[in-house]
Write a protein that binds this ligand. Structure first.
Ligand SMILES: Cc1cc2nc3c(=O)[nH]c(=O)nc-3n(C[C@H](O)[C@H](O)[C@H](O)COP(=O)(O)OP(=O)(O)OC[C@H]3O[C@@H](n4cnc5c(N)ncnc54)[C@H](O)[C@@H]3O)c2cc1C
Length: 651
């Protein structure tokens, strides 16, 4: 049961359909902060979005930075699971006659994060300032903030006893490796990161194109991690420049965070030879300023975000090389993206598809490659495809069905494959024989501790969980750091989630917030985008736009709480509710369940099923307007805020 419920005789229920109810249990309201719950590092997105709405920009930055060493980068390119979970995107929109117009759109949380990072992040003020500030990040601001500050406070107060400066090797300076290094430095270890590339940040630096993520932002964010005392050795390949055995010998523990950098192949006839490139190999070469012998008629095979990064980068290269500035490249050049999936099923984000279309990428949906065709001299001349009738079976398993009769040949001189990546762990041959493998190429590890079969060797990031989002890699790196601390010190690092309840006596929302439409981040004109491969596509919010967008947040940490002992069952709350999320229903109409019976007996003692009623609340509809609380004639409804944060201690 949720706090206060049985003791004070309140009966609160939330319903998906009127009669099948869910009784709020312990932690129920915490779970309603869906953006924070969905974020793999549990960033208090609601906290910083509300801070922006109220003009507290600096505080908003600190909240966003708290658990996430890559806040500025996330502000630009995070896959933003918080937005997919945002409850504003589930609220039904109705016209004046109550007709359903579809659901609202989520708050643009990622773009709002960018807005505050650009003013207060390391890209604006340098590494030392940010670090000093985050280190001194003490209450009252910290009440809403998260882990990093919490860890520092815990160390300062002696609740977490630091490690003894043990050297920990991390192989791979991607977001997983650097996040692990960041937290290990805070926990009293001496992390040393080995990175084969000349730059740190992994796929963020050698995968994500500069038109989405400026290199300066990456460099500044990495600088903060260096400033914590992390040593990053770029240009060192483990397995070639130093054996894995030596790395293990010289360090007390090792984290493997080498990502999944190799482009998968398709095994097509004609695939091996000149003119065919792995998509991520191409992006890497472009990022590092290497010459790429891509032609002028390019076919990109793949339908995901990486395929779009590849296709849009090729387009920019062609436009740049030929100094063309027209958005649609006429005649002699073409970039064609061919996806097995239909437009509706394509895994790429909708915004990528729209922007790719705007820039002139020719999209072919529903075609599967059969062969890469070459002329007598081995030059690529085209790709043959067959029609794909269906990609997934009824159980949503990948099981494509083709029509062999319907074929299409796209002429081209270059083919780019963007059909997934896999890890490269051949360095394990130089001292990792005791590391058991799971599926081929992927070390086996305990999913909770991330420890491999070899003592003191851990995994993190894409290598641990397969290719996912940048923020998943950050979360995984942090988890690996905690396991290493436990391994080295023998002390358990305990994370306690502290819930802070607060009655909001003067709670009011911005006028008209419920009808504000999403302020989508503006984008540069396609013509401008193709002028320079580094020209940013997405433009920053102005202050006015940011505040307006942030004030659309429903502030899910606040919720009306009903006091059943005071309620006189007048139904005024349900009458005044603008989204009709409240319903007064006789107990007899509810589907019986053990939880419901416990709640009823806790609230009422003896229940009169015919005479007593319950207030049902549809959480998807509640917009936290407080109209119910204002209307209640007997003050039976209060607006209560529940926030949670992590506190650390070791034992
Ligand atoms: C093209 C592309 C675009 C993406 N865009 C987004 C996006 O917009 N938003 C998002 O959320 N996610 C995005 N992702 C996913 C995200 O980049 C990854 O999930 C994340 O980078 C994984 O982090 P990681 O640290 O596990 O691995 P990586 O980032 O791959 O880092 C691993 C590092 O290990 C190094 N390494 C490998 N072997 C060795 C060795 N033997 N010795 C030394 N160093 C070694 C590599 O050089 C690399 O730097 C994208 C991925 C790609 C490929």
């Amino acid at each position: 049961m949720q706090e206060r419920v049985p003791e004070q005789g309140i009966l609160k229920t939330s319903a998906v359909t009127p009669l099948q109810v869910e009784v709020p249990a312990e932690g129920y309201h915490k779970g309603l902060i869906s953006c924070q719950v969905a974020c793999p590092v549990h960033t208090d997105a609601r906290g910083y979005v509300r801070a922006i709405a109220e003009g507290r920009f600096h505080e908003a930055y600190l909240i966003a930075r708290g658990p996430n060493p890559f806040a500025s980068i996330c502000g630009r390119v995070c896959g933003a699971p918080c937005e997919s979970a945002c409850r504003r995107g589930k609220v039904p929109r109705v016209d004046d006659d109550g007709a359903f117009l579809g659901t609202d759109r989520p708050v643009a949380i990622r773009a709002l994060k960018r807005f505050v990072c650009e003013q207060y992040g390391p890209e604006a003020r340098g590494a030392e300032v940010v670090l000093r500030e985050v280190r001194n990040f003490l209450p009252p601001v910290a009440a809403e903030a998260e882990e990093m500050a919490a860890l520092i406070r815990a160390a300062m107060s002696g609740r977490v006893r630091p490690a003894n400066g043990e050297r920990v090797a991390i192989i791979g300076a991607g977001p997983a490796g650097l996040s692990a290094a960041h937290d290990l430095a805070l926990l009293g270890c001496r992390p040393v990161v080995f990175e084969t590339e000349p730059v740190a940040a992994g796929m963020l630096a050698v995968g994500v194109p500069a038109y989405r993520l400026p290199r300066e932002v990456i460099a500044r964010e990495v600088e903060v991690i260096r400033a914590l005392g992390v040593e990053i050795r770029c240009g060192v390949t483990v397995g070639r420049d130093i054996s894995f055995e030596q790395v293990r010998r010289e360090h007390a523990a090792v984290i493997l965070a080498v990502g999944a950098k190799s482009s998968r192949s398709l095994g097509l006839p004609g695939e091996w030879g000149p003119g065919v490139f792995g998509g991520v190999d191409f992006l890497r070469a472009v990022s590092l300023g290497e010459t790429v012998p891509a032609g002028r008629e390019v076919v990109v095979i793949g339908g995901g975000n990486v395929a779009y990064d590849v296709a849009r980068t090729v387009l920019r290269q062609i436009a740049y090389d030929t100094a063309r500035t027209a958005a649609r490249l006429p005649g002699t050049a073409a970039v064609r993206l061919v996806s097995l999936e239909s437009l509706e099923e394509m895994p790429a984000d909708t915004i990528e598809i729209i922007e790719g279309d705007e820039e002139g990428i020719e999209r072919y949906n529903g075609w599967g490659p059969v062969a890469i065709e070459r002329d007598g001299e081995g030059r690529v001349t085209g790709v043959r495809f067959r029609k794909c009738l269906r990609v997934y079976d009824e159980q949503r398993r990948f099981a494509p069905v083709f029509d062999p009769e319907r074929q299409l040949t796209l002429p081209c001189d270059t083919v780019m494959l963007a059909v997934g990546q896999s890890p490269k762990v051949d360095f394990l041959a130089t001292g990792g024989a005791d590391i058991e493998m799971g599926r081929p190429g992927w070390p086996k590890a305990d999913p909770r501790t991330l420890q491999t079969s070899a003592p003191g060797v851990f995994v993190a990031g894409d290598l641990a969980h397969g290719t996912r989002l940048l923020i998943d890699a950050v979360a995984s790196g942090k988890a690996a750091a905690r396991s290493v601390y436990r391994f080295l010190t023998g002390r358990e690092l305990m994370a306690e989630q502290v819930t802070v309840p607060l009655v909001e006596h003067f709670y009011r929302r911005e006028r008209g917030y419920e009808s504000l439409r999403r302020v989508a981040p503006r984008t540069a004109h396609p013509f401008e985008r193709l002028r320079d491969p580094r020209a940013l596509v997405e433009l920053a919010y102005s202050e006015e736009e940011a505040v307006r967008e942030a004030s659309r947040c429903l502030d899910c940490s606040v919720t009306p709480v009903f006091d059943g002992a005071r309620c006189v069952l007048c139904g005024g709350c349900a009458d005044v509710c603008p989204t009709q999320c409240l319903k007064l229903v006789p107990l007899a109409e509810l589907l019986p369940s053990a939880e419901l019976e416990a709640a009823i007996s806790g609230a009422l003692g003896e229940a009169d099923l015919e005479g007593d009623s319950a207030i049902l609340k549809d959480e998807d509809r509640c917009i936290r307007c407080a109209a119910c609380a204002m209307r209640c004639p007997v003050d039976a409804i209060t607006m209560e805020r529940v926030t949670f944060r992590t506190e650390w201690r070791s034992q």
